[in-house]
Design a protein around this ligand. Structure first.
Ligand code: CP
Length: 319
């Protein structure tokens, strides 16, 4: 493995805006090494032996929580999961006290998901352990952005410069959209978004994207399509007429996918609302890299834990 000229040692991972291209590349190169470890028969290595990681999730999760847990365990760390619905949060304990409580148990990292934008930044101000943002409201989901980029590299999209990247659907409530827009713009990509106007942030173009009312226009000639989950749990009132209407006008189906480049890669952060934002056939088609994203999530999260908790100094011990 190449010697790192940049370091993420001790760094809170809060968003991708604050990452340099070199730091993104360091994570992705390290993730490639980590993927080799997770493909072994015996996955456990001692790189994080003696380190403790707490997964503190204020919102439901299947992929992110499980993959951070496996990532820590594959690297030899002790990992504890706190689901807030069965914790003292239900007795009224505030975020600051919850963070200080787990910090008192001498953990080295807190992986946190929270429904409120800025919660991870607040936690990083309060806490001494490394804070890894596993999603804060509609703000950021940095490990998702990194695993998406890792997946695209595996699919042959190593250089995103000038590539047409399309994000479809619920941009307003999507931390994945904000994260990928920031990361893809940093890499020189040509980023487009499409979806119902009520699901677009105010002045969406100021994020560095081209907005299309019709999704066909956005998809035409696309190299990558990232389909977003409609986040009904965050919508205060119906922002589109009906699920059937949404699928008809804005859903990605086989006919629409044909407008993209033949080797266009389809991403979806999951969980999918099949038949709503993505059709059943597209969700299972060869161009869909959705299960690759899940697998790569473990490798990327191993890389993040390893780089933040060791500075990347013990990769040899991992082999
Ligand atoms: N992509 C993602 O964050 O999925 P989960 O909500 O299942 O973690």
């Amino acid at each position: 493995m190449a010697k790192a000229t940049v370091s993420l040692a001790g760094r809170d991972i809060l968003d991708l805006e604050s990452f340099s291209v070199e730091e993104i590349n360091l994570v992705l190169q390290t993730a490639a090494e980590m993927k080799k470890i997770m493909k072994r028969d015996i996955k456990k290595v001692p790189s994080l032996r003696g380190k403790s990681i707490i997964n503190l999730f204020y919102e439901p999760s299947t992929r992110t929580r499980t993959s951070f847990e496996l990532a820590g365990k594959y690297l030899g760390a002790d990992v504890v999961n706190i689901t807030t619905s069965t914790s003292s949060v239900v007795k009224g304990e505030c975020l600051r006290d919850t963070i200080l409580t787990v910090q008192s148990m001498c953990c080295d990292a807190i992986v946190m998901r929270h429904p409120i934008e800025g919660a991870a930044v607040y936690a990083a101000d309060v806490a001494k352990p490394v804070i890894i943002n596993a999603g804060d409201g509609a703000h950021a989901h940095p490990s998702q952005g990194l695993l998406d980029m890792f997946t695209l590299r595996e699919k042959g999209l190593k250089d995103l410069n000038g590539k047409k990247m399309v994000i479809l659907g619920d941009i307003l409530y999507s931390r994945v959209a904000r994260t990928n827009i920031a990361a893809w713009n940093k890499m020189g990509a040509d980023v487009h978004v499409a979806g119902p106007r009520p699901l677009m942030p105010y002045a969406v173009e100021s994020l560095g994207v081209t907005y299309h009312k019709r999704i066909e226009e956005a998809i035409e000639g696309a190299d990558v399509i990232d389909v977003l989950r409609i986040q009904l749990e965050r919508q205060k009132s119906g922002l589109f007429p009906s699920p059937r209407e949404y699928a008809r006008i804005f859903g990605l189906n086989e006919a629409r996918l044909k407008l993209a480049k033949p080797d266009c890669v389809v991403l979806h952060p999951g969980p999918m609302n099949r038949g709503l934002e993505i059709s059943w056939d597209v969700g299972y088609c060869d161009q869909a890299a959705i299960r690759d994203e899940v697998q790569n999530g473990v490798a990327v999260r191993m890389a993040l834990l390893f780089l933040t908790l060791t500075g990347g100094k013990q990769i040899e011990a991992a082999n």
